[in-house]
Design a protein around this ligand. Structure first.
Ligand SMILES: CC(C)(COP(=O)(O)OP(=O)(O)OC[C@H]1O[C@@H](n2cnc3c(N)ncnc32)[C@H](O)[C@@H]1OP(=O)(O)O)[C@@H](O)C(=O)NCCC(=O)NCCS
Length: 183
């Protein structure tokens, strides 16, 4: 369907319910890599689970809420970016991302998130975009920094994983800051 070129020949496209089999196969390559760092509901084990994730996003997109986009590299789905939350009336959103290991280190996530932020701030008049990550997720925090976000705070022990409660960082960028960052 529609796609936007990213660097290294990669493409950003809507990730929709009909991609369930492709998404499930991708999840087999990504699962253990992303499990510590993303919401538990996103890490599915089979085709039904993959379809459930894509359907949930489709329903929320229909209500002008969350949205999901995949990144294809050499024709293979390797990860994606999303609005985990989107509230136009409130003027705020939260973005997230993930990649399978082979696609790390190309700058694809920073570029794709830039596209989401352009749309949110320019087309939709959002004022504030947030980024939440585990405090020890250095690759994720590095993306937030590359996007010109500011670390606003740490929620202590608010991210349970594998028997430990980890701290969670909140990063954010405001509309005027994004415009300056993009110049
Ligand atoms: C977080 C995650 C998506 C970041 O992926 P990433 O590849 O590091 O991020 P980007 O796509 O922005 O790429 C940046 C890397 O590409 C390199 N790069 C190459 N060309 C680049 C370019 N033109 N522009 C920017 N970076 C470029 C950068 O140097 C950097 O690599 P380095 O960290 O080894 O120096 C990935 O580590 C991941 O999926 N982790 C597990 C899941 C997760 O944590 N999700 C986020 C939850 S909050």
């Amino acid at each position: 369907m529609f796609s936007l070129p990213l660097r290294d020949g990669a493409q950003l496209r809507p990730l929709e319910t009909w991609h369930a089999a492709e998404f499930a196969a991708h999840m087999d390559r990504a699962r253990e890599h992303i499990r510590p760092w993303v919401g538990a509901a996103f890490v599915t084990d089979d085709l039904d689970g993959a379809r459930g994730t894509l359907s949930r996003y489709a329903e929320r997109q229909a209500a002008d809420g969350a949205r999901l986009y995949g990144i294809w590299l050499d024709g293979t789905l390797v990860g994606g970016v999303m609005f985990t939350d989107f509230d136009a009336a409130y003027g705020s959103c939260e973005i997230g991302c993930w990649l399978e290991p082979a696609a790390e280190g190309h700058g694809l996530i920073t570029q794709a998130c830039g596209t989401l932020l352009d749309w949110a701030f320019t087309d939709r008049g959002v004022h504030r975009a947030e980024w939440h990550c585990r405090a020890d997720n250095q690759r994720s925090a590095a993306v937030a920094q590359r996007l010109g976000m500011t670390l606003e705070g740490v929620q202590r022990q608010s991210w349970p994983f594998d028997g430990t409660r980890h701290d969670k960082q909140t990063w954010a960028v405001l509309a005027p800051e994004w415009r300056t960052h993009r110049q």
